[in-house]
Design a protein around this ligand. Sequence first.
Ligand code: GDP
Length: 293
Amino acid sequence: MFESLTDRFDGIFTRLRGKGRLSEADVDEALREIRLALLQADVNLRVVRDFVTRVRDQLVGADLSASLTPGQQVVKVVHDELRAILGGEALRITFAPRPPTVILLAGLQGAGKTTTAGKLAAWFRKQGRQPLLVGADLQRPAAVEQLRILGAEAGVPVFSEASDPVTVASRGLDEARRLGKDVLIVDTAGRLSIDAELMDEVRRVSEVTDPHYTFLVIDAMTGQDAVSTAEAFHKTLALDGVIITKIDGDARGGAALSVKEVVGRPIVFASTGEKQSDFDLFHPDRMADRILG
Ligand code: GDP
């Protein structure tokens, strides 16, 4: 993942490391290359502009007599700024005093929502929690069956009884309370693109379940389209965060590097493959390390 950006940064930093001290021209050249590298990684234009400005401000004011060599100093500033645009600190899930903690998953069809519901259930099981999955995606014919298979794999029951998604969701909440489950994960329907009907359905499911966390599942491979999708959903649903999928197949990284700055909501979890275990909390720090190779 993000291979091209890693390669580009590697080239920039190798050139800087060869220098004993950096002239203003060296800094300008490095900033120009950083800007190009981010643009080629499909990062949002405004995010790139702000990123380069912040890096420049820090390098101009930097104490170059400090313990780091000038080349190392550039690497550190870029690392810290990458971490910042990726969201800073990893989000900690806090649990509702009165269970269950309700998590609503929304997203377009094919983004990986149902797979993510299963992964999230397995992740909570590993934390010693007792989740219940709710299959409120009655749009895609095989979605509930797919969720049942994923639930069985994670050792988590799946509730999907009723013929409309809003009733499924509200009954699912009752069922979680009755069974003493502490986390409720609601999988909702997606569409191929955003439409009023989809938004209305997911908004009504949200109203009856009153989620503690609303996460949008986005496909990293769709780049800036994923970011626009997140902006549109955030207007209707007030997202708490984003779950980014398929970063294993995303050589560029534009969505991951833009979504927090554009939408104002962090990436909370990341999915890196099709297996249930290819999933974890998103750590901006580790991702910044990885990008810088
Ligand atoms: P939904 O329509 O949003 O519910 O999407 P699905 O959960 O059915 O996922 C669509 C496809 O993406 C499936 O084939 C999944 O196996 C695949 N998928 C989901 N997450 C990932 C991921 O992180 N990496 C890869 N490589 N494939 C994924």
